[in-house]
Design a protein around this ligand. Structure first.
Ligand code: KIV
Ligand code: NA
Length: 269
């Protein structure tokens, strides 16, 4: 399944990816032709009402991965390794990654480069396919000082290119970029040999991802936030508004990604 997807991506077909946390939506996403269902640790916010992803546990990720796998047994499922489940040492990372695979994931996603390059290599060597998450990495939101675009200076851009190359050399099968300049994402996509997925990274990536609730326009911030105080991120688009039904919104998202009509400049940096 994963190999078919990578072959499609190599032939130039854009990858349409969405987050998914339960069986009902998994079924709808599969029906709409979404290529990859991401069991994201964004579930900390959109499902659990937290203000960031840091409190999400392995148990949470296993549970939601099972639900998604139940609803979409023929879809590629990517699951986030939650904060604290992979950074300490490679053996812990492997044990936890294998638990997510056993729950139904086909590949796992880890945030950052640096020490995580060796971790990615170790997982891949032990048969766990990996996606690297670079750019804005939500598990480091405190260290990064908030939701900020990454890779803006020439030095930061060079470092991000080098990180992506190191991750590709370590054997990851995809690299995801969150909130980086569109021009940089395009340049890296043209440089590295593995497909790239963007969220707030412009149209030059090999594929796109959105948080499902953002696409449906139903996320209004963490539980303690008033809906009117919440501003959706620049890269989000409410597809439900125009489509009028969930199923059509999902189909139109897939179509917009495949034809390059999403994202537009207004969603990018
Ligand atoms: O958890 C998540 O939803 C993600 C996407 C924003 C890429 O990691
Ligand atoms: Na995530």
């Amino acid at each position: 399944m994963l190999n078919n997807l990578l072959t499609k991506a190599r032939s130039g077909e854009k990858i349409a990816m969405l987050t998914c946390y339960d069986a009902t939506f998994a079924k709808l996403l599969a029906l709409a032709g979404v290529d990859v269902l991401l069991v994201g640790d964004s579930l900390g916010m959109v499902i659990q009402g937290a203000s960031n992803t840091l409190s999400v546990t392995m148990q949470d990720m296993i549970y939601h991965t099972r639900l998604v796998a139940k609803g979409a047994p023929a879809s590629v499922i990517m699951t986030d390794m939650p904060a604290g489940s992979y950074e300490q040492d490679v053996e812990t990372a492997l044990t936890n990654a294998q638990a997510l695979i056993a729950a139904g994931a086909h590949l796992v996603k880890i945030e950052g480069a640096g020490d995580m390059v060796a971790t990615a290599r170790y997982l891949v060597e032990h048969g766990v396919p990996v996606c690297a998450h670079l750019g804005f990495t939500p598990q480091s939101v405190e260290k990064l000082g908030g939701y900020k675009i990454q890779g803006k200076t020439e030095a930061d851009a060079q470092r991000m290119l080098a990180d992506a190359q190191a991750m590709a050399a370590a054997g990851v099968c995809m690299v995801l970029f969150e909130m980086i300049p569109a021009a940089l994402a395009t340049q890296i996509t043209q440089t590295i040999a593995v497909p790239t997925i963007g969220i707030g990274a412009g149209a030059g990536c090999s594929g796109q991802v959105l948080v499902l609730q953002d696409l449906l326009g139903i996320y209004s911030g963490p539980a303690e936030t008033l809906p009117q105080d919440y501003r959706a991120p620049r890269f989000a688009q409410n597809f439900l508004q125009q489509a009028g039904s969930v199923q059509l919104a999902l189909q139109q998202y897939v179509e917009a990604v495949k034809t390059g009509r999403f994202p537009q400049a207004q969603h990018s940096y």
